[in-house]
Design a binder for this molecule. Structure first.
Ligand SMILES: [Zn+2]
Length: 305
């Protein structure tokens, strides 16, 4: 809780990109305090870098896409969820392609790799965004609210599909609960949608190996669901990943209704603009002495807009 963390050693993996259908190599290397989570497009000349920050979000259709200086990187949310879920503050993530591998559609492969690599504490205090006042945002039938309290996420979804309908799930945020309750939940889609996307040349890597696919009656995956409410748990996973774009862990109670990447990212911008609703907080007095020095660091990626 008190000190920033990074990986104990580098780790590498590869997997299929959901949209391109092509294999992508990824290496995650340890990084020093206040470096933040940064992606590197290792396949491009000059290996451009991008900070995982809400000010760098350029697209939120179906996945969260970051962009800077004319290049983009898609589907960052599941890996970011694993990094934040396990408490990794600093890492350099080199990706040899335009999107992160989809793996099995969940964050469990990532949290497994990170756990196996091990984490290392850094000699700098971790700062948090402490919520002081409730902030709420509504957009049609979607809504999102944050209020002071112990860190937790409560998510509600509502689909007409007979297997989903209304699902609600609540989790207090911690490494153990993230790894056991949230990380294994896979992304989900509807067969009609998948066919439509593939006709447009999208989701070419999509299969029953990396998503829960539903037809009009039920689940097509031979193994069925991992949890009865796997869909809403996956929405929490997406929220944890998008929330990582704050740059600092959030100390507050988050509630979301019928959310999407677009709602999550719009809400982060709105929250950061309401500067009286939160403050940057460091838990111990000894650590607080270093807070002013910390605020000079580039972890924010610039002051909130
Ligand atoms: Zn997702």
């Amino acid at each position: 809780m008190l000190w920033q963390k990074t990986l104990a050693q580098p780790l590498s993996f590869s997997g299929i990109g959901l949209h391109s259908g092509r294999s992508v190599n990824v290496t995650i290397a340890p990084a020093g305090a206040n470096h933040g989570l940064r992606f590197v497009r290792a396949d491009l000349p000059g290996k451009p870098e991008i900070l995982a920050h809400y000010t760098r979000v350029v697209n939120t259709t179906r996945a969260t896409t970051l962009g800077e200086g004319g290049f983009t990187l898609s589907t960052v949310e599941h890996l970011l969820a694993a990094l934040r879920g396990l408490g990794v503050d600093n890492a350099r993530i080199k990706v040899e392609g335009p999107e992160l591998p989809i793996m099995d559609g969940s964050a469990a492969p990532f949290s497994g790799l990170l756990t196996a690599a091990g984490l290392r504490q850094l000699p700098w205090p971790r700062a948090y965004i402490l919520i002081r006042k409730p902030v709420e945002f509504k957009q049609g039938d979607q809504w999102m609210r944050v209020s002071p309290g112990k860190p937790s996420i409560t998510y509600t979804i509502d689909f007409t599909h007979p297997l989903i309908r209304r699902q609600r799930y609540s989790v207090s945020l911690g490494t153990e609960s993230f790894c056991s309750e949230i990380a294994p939940a896979r992304t989900f889609g509807f067969l009609k949608e998948v066919q439509h996307l593939q006709n447009q040349g999208l989701a070419l890597g999509g299969s029953l190996d990396n998503a829960v696919v539903l037809d009009d009656n039920g689940v097509l995956n031979p193994g069925g669901l991992r949890f009865p409410e796997e869909c809403v748990r996956h929405k929490i996973l997406d929220a944890v990943g998008d929330l990582a774009l704050l740059g600092l862990p959030l100390l507050g109670r988050l509630e979301v209704g019928r959310g999407s990447h677009e709602l999550h990212c719009t809400f982060l911008q709105l929250l950061m603009r309401q500067e009286t609703a939160w403050r940057v907080w460091v838990p111990t007095p000894q650590a607080r002495q270093r807070q002013s020095a910390w605020l000079q660091t580039p972890l924010w990626g610039g002051a909130p807009a």
